[in-house]
Design a binder for this molecule. Structure first.
Ligand code: PGA
Ligand code: ZN
Length: 442
């Protein structure tokens, strides 16, 4: 095949309102280039949103979808964005993303809507890949991309994602002790089946939470962790060797800023007592990663926690950093957290997302590419995780197509990479196990 160059000039931009995994409206954007190449991308949406996230524009028209329609954002794409980008090349991603930010003109993308802007930005990226007939991960990551991320698989839901009394939002399996991504997924499904069986036996009737994990009627973090441990063992695996555990506390939802206290399991805790509560659990379970352990504005407690546990535990900022370079920089400067959750719709363009990842990696912060609790079938983040060597991905449970779309895409990528594929799990395991756990008093 001879090498060809394409202009990639945009001929058409079309946006439509589709539905996400919760049945709420979201945006899908289609781009057509002058060569006749088409590409499509859609935008996810959060429930436990951080207050510093870029603005998701919704119609607030109570007559449609309970006010959650996105027709205004779609109008912004057709009337304001399209006329400016038609004729530009999809190969100029950074230029287009910069232009989108300039057109919006606000610091948090509240005029045109971060959802409108991201839909266009992601569709442009995919159009570039389609133009050259490359898989998205290869288009974005080039020859260097070959690492399959360690998935943090959410198998038990609480908090805002489930109608049960559990305060902590996400309980995740970390299948790091397997040689390949597909073996890690198979083992995870095996543990999940045991978890379901266990709940049946205990007559803890369970629905499925927003991110595809079970949502049993249990009330304490400890009960949830011990269910996970039993499921791992019943599936024939060894905690630590095969599976570790991860949590998303989403503690901004549990924090009262007026009294500076945390609320969990019916108790009100000072920041000191909050850390003591966690210390006990960290010492008794193979927890290797905790997200949003402290609230988005509680920088001081974050700092204390990082000093205390940051050497041996991954401490992840989600609501804390909101994929924003300024907030991440503050974290780096103040030695707060040691990893960042990356959600493209928290910042609003692909280029900005790539820059935040670069900043994090330069400062040796872990990077976890993440879905939102409201997702679509678009697997963009799976390709992104491989492209940027993120080494970790968080994309929910193993029961719903909106979550499986990402795992399935990673299975395809692993196959495409063939012998070059490398699974990040064992590397992260070795690295963690070399870091000394502090002696505990309890
Ligand atoms: P969200 O939840 O998409 O509802 O914000 C995911 C998370 O908190 O990580
Ligand atoms: Zn989170």
């Amino acid at each position: 095949m001879s090498w060809r160059t394409y202009s990639g000039r945009i001929r058409e931009v079309h946006a439509r309102e589709i539905l996400d995994s919760r049945g709420n409206p979201t945006i899908e954007v289609e781009i057509l280039t002058e060569e006749g190449v088409r590409a499509r991308a859609s935008v996810p949406s959060g429930a436990s949103t951080g207050k510093y996230e870029a603005h998701e524009l919704r119609d607030a028209d109570p007559q449609r979808y309970n006010g959650k329609g996105v027709l205004r954002a779609i109008r912004n794409i057709h009337d304001e964005i399209a006329p400016h980008i038609i004729g530009l090349s999809v190969l100029d991603q950074a230029y287009i993303d910069h232009l989108l930010c300039r057109l919006d003109g606000t610091p948090n993308k509240s005029r045109l809507g971060a959802n409108a802007i991201l839909g266009v930005s992601l569709a442009v990226a995919r159009a570039g890949a389609n133009l050259y007939g490359l898989p998205l991960w290869q288009w974005l990551g080039g020859q260097r991309a070959h690492i399959l991320p360690l998935p943090l698989v959410n198998v038990l839901n609480g908090g805002k994602h489930a109608p049960n009394p559990l305060d902590v939002q996400e309980f995740m399996l970390v299948p790091w002790g397997f040689p390949t991504f597909h073996e890690a997924i198979e083992a995870t499904v095996r543990v999940f089946r045991q978890l379901q069986r266990l709940l049946e036996e205990k007559q803890l009737a369970t629905g499925i939470g927003d991110e595809g994990g079970v949502a049993p009627q249990i009330a304490t973090t400890k009960e949830a962790l011990s269910l996970l441990m039993q499921a791992i063992e019943r599936a024939g695996f060894t905690p630590d060797d095969h599976f570790a555990l991860a949590l998303d506390v989403a503690s901004s939802e549990l924090y009262d800023s007026s009294t500076q206290t945390y609320h969990i399991e019916g108790k009100t805790l000072t920041p000191d007592q909050w850390l003591t509560y966690w210390e006990h659990l960290i010492n008794h379970y193979p927890i290797v990663s905790i997200e949003d352990l402290c609230a988005e504005d509680d920088w001081h407690t974050w700092q204390v926690a990082t000093t205390r546990w940051g050497k041996h535990l991954q401490l992840v900022g989600d609501d804390l950093f909101v994929t924003n370079p300024n907030r991440l920089q503050q974290g780096i400067t103040q030695h707060v957290a040691n990893a960042i959750l990356i959600k493209p719709n928290q910042i609003g363009t692909l280029t900005e997302t790539l820059h935040v990842i670069e900043l994090a990696q330069f400062h040796h912060y872990g990077t976890i590419i993440s879905h939102r609790s409201g997702e679509t079938e678009d697997p963009f983040i799976a390709d992104l995780a491989v492209a940027v060597h993120a080494r970790q991905i968080k994309t929910g449970g193993v029961t719903r197509t909106d979550r499986l779309a990402k795992y399935n895409q990673l299975l395809r990528i692993e196959e495409q990479l063939g012998g070059h594929a490398e699974y990040a799990g064992p590397h992260i395991q070795t690295q963690r196990q070399q870091q000394q756990k502090p002696k505990t008093s309890s």
